[in-house]
Each structure stands twice: as C-alpha cells, then as structure tokens.
Design a protein around this ligand. Structure first.
Ligand code: NI
Ligand code: MN
Length: 224
C-alpha cells in the first residue's frame, strides 16, 4: 500500500511496445520495425530501463540497440542477459518468480505460456512504479497462473495480447483479465500483421463493465 500520488503515463507504440513514464522511464519490448521514425525517436527519449519479455524478434526487437543509444539498463531473463553482457550493456538478469528493485522501480518477472526459441523462457512483467502496478503479459496463452498474478500483485493496469494465433485471442483475454482482476486494461499484440488481426472493440464489448478497456492508437497514452 502506498499514498504515492505521482502520475504514471503509459504509451503504446503498436504491437507489444509500451513505454512507462513516471519517476523513471521504462521501455518494454521495443519493436522499432513497425514504428514510425518519429515514434522511435519519442520512445527512446529519457529511457532508464528496457524490459524484454522474451527472445522473439518482435519483442527483443531493438532492445540491445536502444540500451546502447540511451545507456538504459536492460531487464530480462538470464539467457537474454548473457547476450546483453557480451555487448557490455548494463544488465539486470532475472527469472520467472523473481523480483528486483533498482532506482525505486520494482520488476517482477511472471509466468507466460509461449515459446522463446533458444533464449530461455517467455515471461511477463509486473512493474511497480510510483505506487502503481502495471502488468505487461508479453506473449502468452490463457493460463490459470494469471489468477496467481492477480492475487500476488493486484495490478492496477494490464496490457494483454488479443491477436490470437501466437497468443490469446479475444475470448481468452477476457478470461485472463477476470483472473488478473485489474480494473484497467489495454489490448496489445493485434493488427500488426494480417495473421494477428483482431477487433479491440469486440474485446471491449465482451469485457463490458467488468473493467475499463482503453483502446489506444499507436503513440496514444493512458495515465494512471
Ligand atoms: Ni513471441
Ligand atoms: Mn509476439
């Protein structure tokens, strides 16, 4: 519990790329291939941490480059951290179930059910900043573990994939939100490519009055 009243801004740049701006700035899964030059520039501004959910190209993306450019600390699973260490980046390696704290920001690495090539396991994050808790699910299918994520962390806001095929689709994401129990949610990982086409308004409709669904335009933001 906290009485911290500082505002935290979250910005979505498309796919799974999310920037969290509070007393520190965190960039999650920077996938610049699908972002405009302007958004890439904006996304890189003032970044203190780059958090990577898993080693797939659409999530690890330009994380290493972003850290080189900004001197940001990379927060990621041990196997990705090994690669980052070879590049002499400032690394905070961790693994699922663990929590680290640095410069007042808490990073909890949580379970995701997915694959990750030869780069360790897929994961999600619950990030604690300025008294707020933000869950970024990464790529995942629906899993009962989300009940535990809800119970243990009680996130204020969730970023959940809805694009189907590689992750949860809309119906499963609705159940995931029920498990996690956050009152605010932003759908991600849809409409980047034809293979993951989904209608976020359908997600919003199915969630109904159980939570506040914010459908962001690329570059749009939600403030907590
Ligand atoms: Ni993936
Ligand atoms: Mn993905």
């Amino acid at each position: 519990m906290t009485n911290n009243t500082k505002k935290v801004e979250t910005i979505w740049y498309g796919h799974s790329t999310v920037k969290i701006v509070g007393s520190k700035t965190i960039l999650i899964d920077p996938f610049f291939d699908v972002m405009s030059e302007e958004h890439v520039k904006e996304a890189l501004e003032g970044v203190d941490f780059v958090a990577v959910t898993h080693g797939h190209a659409d999530h690890l993306g330009q994380a290493f480059d972003a850290c080189k450019k900004t001197n940001a600390v990379i927060v990621c699973i041990a196997e990705i951290a090994d690669e980052a260490t070879k590049l002499e980046l400032d690394v905070e390696p961790m693994n699922i179930g663990g929590r680290i704290q640095r410069d007042g920001v808490g990073f909890n690495m949580v379970f995701a059910t997915h694959s990750a090539g030869n780069m360790g396991s897929p994961a999600g994050f619950v990030i604690e900043i300025d008294g707020k808790k933000i869950y970024h699910a990464g790529d995942t299918g629906l899993t009962l573990e989300m009940k535990l994520i809800g119970e243990m962390y009680r996130p204020d806001l969730s970023f959940l994939p809805i694009g189907d095929r590689y992750t949860m689709g809309i119906a499963h994401a609705v159940k995931a939100l029920e498990f996690v129990g956050s009152k605010k949610v932003v759908p991600i990982h849809y409409n980047t490519f034809p293979a993951i086409e989904a209608d976020p308004n359908e997600f919003k409709k199915l969630v109904g009055d159980k939570a506040e669904v914010t459908i962001l335009e690329k570059g749009g933001s939600l403030t907590l």
